[in-house]
Design a protein. Sequence first.
Length: 135
Amino acid sequence: MTGRSSGVPLLRLGDVLITGLLNELDDKAAPTFTHGLTERISADRVRDVLIDISRLEIIDLFVARTLMESTTMARLLGARVIVAGMRPPVAITLVELGIELVGVETALNAEQGMAALGWHQSSQPPEGARHDAPR
């Protein structure tokens, strides 16, 4: 199930809620995103949250504060939070703005973030799938 009221998808995969942030987050979408995220954590009893920010090429104070507030609220609701895909200019700007993501783990990309949460990509086809081996 996904939520799109903020324009940002919220996808549940087991006990993990996966979402992302975009540069286009505005005054209306930011509170809607944060509210939707916290509501889903509470209603679905989500234990882990992965926020993919790989599409953020730069970050301004507004989006940085939204990220900080969202991760803090998620942690207060008992969720483990991983922020994945942070680009160097975003990391530099967060430090320059004095924004700290206290208690938040980071990963180089969403795949590594999911692995940190215990999800692993299988190199084998699903059971029952046809596999034509070279002869």
